[in-house]
Design a protein around this ligand. Structure first.
Ligand SMILES: [Zn+2]
Length: 129
């Protein structure tokens, strides 16, 4: 007969006792669970801050009262815009997508330009086709 050595998921010590035990004690269990919760919180916080930064950049480029603006993609990248992060997207008639950061959206145009617009303007989206 042989026994399988099990190790605590938190500190890695060999566990003695019941076969389904995963931690040596309550303190190891709670520190493991807290660390997992923190990991999740960090991912959410990091994603939120990237999305907020993207939104802020779009809102700065699109001045008050202006419906849409075209800008070279390079220029918005230089402002710190991260094209990997968006809140949602919608298909457009030419097979492209409108990408959104909350209430602001953009569409990639030819020649490395993007068109930035404020979301919620249904007429504007219709006009774009
Ligand atoms: Zn432990």
């Amino acid at each position: 007969m042989y026994t399988v050595k099990k190790h605590c998921l938190s500190c890695g010590s060999v566990i003695h006792g019941r076969a389904d035990k995963r931690f040596c004690n309550d303190s190891c269990r709670s520190s493991h669970n807290n660390a997992r919760k923190e990991d999740c919180t960090n991912v959410v916080r990091m994603t939120n801050s990237l999305l907020n930064r993207n939104r802020k950049i779009l809102s700065k480029v699109l001045e008050d009262g202006v419906e849409s603006v075209q800008i070279p993609k390079d220029r918005i990248s230089l402002l710190g815009f991260n094209f990997n992060y968006h809140s949602h997207h919608l298909p457009e008639s030419l097979g492209r997508y409108y990408w959104f950061c909350y209430d602001y959206g953009y569409l990639e145009m030819e020649n490395g330009w993007i068109l930035i617009f404020r979301n919620g303007s249904e007429n504007f989206l219709k006009k774009l086709g």
